[in-house]
Design a protein around this ligand. Structure first.
Ligand code: SAJ
Length: 410
C-alpha cells in the first residue's frame, strides 16, 4: 500500500509524516532538490513543533523517502500551492503539472486526492487533466481501469499542525461516493477526528466558506472601529457591551487581516461567482483598507513633530508567532518608513532577530527592544497583541501619543 504525497510544504510534509507513522509506505515528491535532500536526511526545511522528530523517525525506519521523480503508487495526495495572482485570478498550474506527471504512472484503480485549497470545480478539473492524458482510463467506477478522485481540504493551524492533523474533523468530498469512501479509508489510518463525506465541490466550498465566514466577521469589527472612532466612541467598550447579548458575538478589530489563508481564500469564492459574492468581496476590501486607515492616523499625529520617532510594536500577522506573511502590521511599517523619511521607526518584534528584507538596511528603521523603543518614541503604535506587550508599565506611556490598534491597553 504505497502513498505518494506531491508537494512537501507546510501541509504535504506533515501529511506524509503522519501517514508513514500510521504504517504506510510513503514517497514524497517535490521540485526542490534541497527539500528532498533535507527530508532524506531526516531534517525539516521549516519550523513546525513536533514535525522533525516524526520525520526523522519514519525516514530512519524506511517508511518515508523523498525524490524529485514521480513514483508509481496506489494513492496520490496532491498538496501543491494554488497562488492567488491578483485580478481575482487563481493559478492552478501547479495542480495541472502535478496531474501531468502523475498520469504516465497510473495503471487503473488508483486514488488521487487533492488537498490544496482550491476554487469549486478544481478536483473535477484535475481529473480532466489526468483523463485527457490517459484516455485508456476512466472515472466511471466499477472497472479495473477506474480512477478515483477526491478533495480532502486541510484546516490545520500553523504551530499546532501535528496535533490538529490527527485530531481535527475532516471533510472528504469525492467525485463519486466510491472515491469518497476510499479516501475515508486512507485518512482513517491517521485521522482520529470525524470523517465527513460529501461531494468534491461541496468539500472545496466548505474550506473556503470557513475562512470567508471569519473574514466577513472581522470586516464587521473593522468597519465598526472606524464608525466608532468618528462618533467619539470607544469601539472596545462598544463591542464588549454588545457581546453581552446572548446572540451577538463580534470579533476583534485590528490593523487588518493577514496570513496566507483568511486574506486570500475568500477571493476564490469571488472569482467563481463575482456577481453573487458582493458581501464577501466587500469584506475583503474593508479588511484590506484597514492598514491604510491606521497609516493615515499615524501620519496625522506625526505632523506635529519635526522629526517624529515612532515605536511600532509588532510586525507579525498575529500574536506570538514569527510569521510575517501578508502581515498588515509589516505593511504599515514599510509605508511609514517610505512616507516619513525624516522620522525614525523603531520596530519591536520579540519573535524575530532580524528585520525582513523590505525594512532591513533602511536609515530610518531600527529593530529594538520594547523598553528602548518606548523611551525614545513620541508616538507608540501598537500593532500586534503579543503576550509580552500586555503587562507593560502603563505609566511609561503617559507622555506618549498612543495608537492602540488592538485595544490591548484600554
Ligand atoms: N484577526 C482579527 N480579529 C479577530 C481574529 C483574527 O483581526 O478577531 C486577524 C489576525 O490578527 C490575523 C488574521 O485575522 O491577521 C487571521 O488570523 P486567524 O488566527 O484568525 O487565522 P489563520 O489565518 O492563522 O488560520 C486560519 C484558520 N481558519 C479559521 O479559523 C476559520 C485555520 O483553522 C485554517 O486552517 C487556516 O486559516 C488555513 O490554512 O486556511
Amino acid at each position: 500500500n504505497t502513498v505518494c504525497v506531491v508537494g512537501l510544504g507546510y501541509i504535504g510534509l506533515p501529511t506524509a509524516a503522519v501517514l508513514a507513522q500510521a504504517g504506510k509506505t510513503v514517497v514524497g515528491v517535490d521540485v526542490e532538490q534541497t527539500t528532498v535532500d533535507a527530508i532524506n536526511d531526516g531534517r525539516v526545511p521549516f519550523a513546525e513543533e513536533g514535525l522533525e522528530a516524526v520525520v526523522a523517525g519514519v525516514v530512519a525506519q524506511g517508511r518515508l523517502s523523498a525524490g524529485t521523480v514521480m513514483p508509481r503508487a496506489d494513492a496520490y495526495i496532491v498538496a501543491v500551492p494554488t497562488p492567488f495572482r491578483g485580478d481575482r485570478a487563481i493559478d492552478l498550474s501547479y495542480i495541472e503539472s502535478a496531474a501531468e506527471s502523475i498520469a504516465p504512472r497510473l495503471e487503473g484503480g488508483e486514488l488521487i486526492v487533492l488537498e490544496s485549497t482550491s476554487p469549486p470545480g478544481t478536483t473535477e478539473h484535475m481529473a480532466g487533466v489526468l483523463l485527457r492524458a490517459r484516455p485508456d482510463l476512466t472515472d466511471a467506477p466499477g472497472s479495473p481501469a477506474s480512477l478515483h478522485f477526491a478533495h480532502a481540504p486541510e484546516r490545520v493551524l500553523p504551530g499546532r499542525i501535528m496535533i490538529e492533523m490527527v485530531d481535527n474533523d475532516r471533510i472528504i468530498g469525492g467525485t463519486t461516493p466510491e472515491a469518497a469512501e476510499l479516501t475515508r479509508d486512507l485518512y482513517a489510518s491517521f485521522c482520529h477526528g470525524e470523517l465527513l463525506l460529501t461531494d468534491a465541490r461541496t468539500a472545496e466550498m466548505a474550506k473556503l466558506t470557513e475562512n470567508a465566514f471569519r473574514d466577513v466577521n472581522i470586516a464587521f469589527a473593522n468597519e465598526l472601529s472606524i464608525i466608532a472612532e468618528r462618533q467619539g466612541i470607544d469601539v472596545w467598550e462598544l463591542i464588549e457591551l454588545a457581546n453581552h447579548h446572548p446572540r451577538v458575538n463580534i470579533l476583534k478589530p485590528g490593523p487588518g487581516v493577514g496570513g496566507h489563508c483568511i486574506a486570500v481564500d475568500p477571493w476564490f469564492i469571488v472569482a467563481a461567482e463575482p456577481e453573487a459574492s458582493r458581501l464577501i468581496a466587500t469584506a475583503r476590501e474593508v479588511n484590506d483598507a484597514k492598514p491604510d486607515h491606521v497609516l493615515r492616523k499615524v501620519l496625522e499625529r506625526a505632523d506635529r513633530f519635526k522629526k517624529p520617532t515612532v515605536a511600532a510594536l509588532g510586525i507579525s500577522f498575529k500574536p506570538d508567532i514569527d510569521d510575517l506573511r501578508e502581515s498588515p502590521s509589516k505593511e504599515i511599517c514599510i509605508a511609514l518608513a517610505d512616507q516619513l523619511p525624516d522620522a525614525v521607526v523603531l520596530v519591536v518584534e520579540p519573535n524575530i532577530d532580524q528585520l525582513p528584507s523590505e525594512l532591513d538596511g533602511r536609515d530610518n528603521v531600527e529593530l529594538t527592544e520594547m523598553d528602548d523603543a518606548v523611551s525614545r518614541a513620541d508616538i507608540v503604535l501598537l500593532l500586534v497583541d503579543h503576550t509580552p506587550f500586555k503587562n507593560f508599565d502603563r505609566d511609561r506611556l503617559r507622555e506618549k501619543v498612543l495608537i492602540d490598534t488592538r485595544g490591548l491597553w484600554r
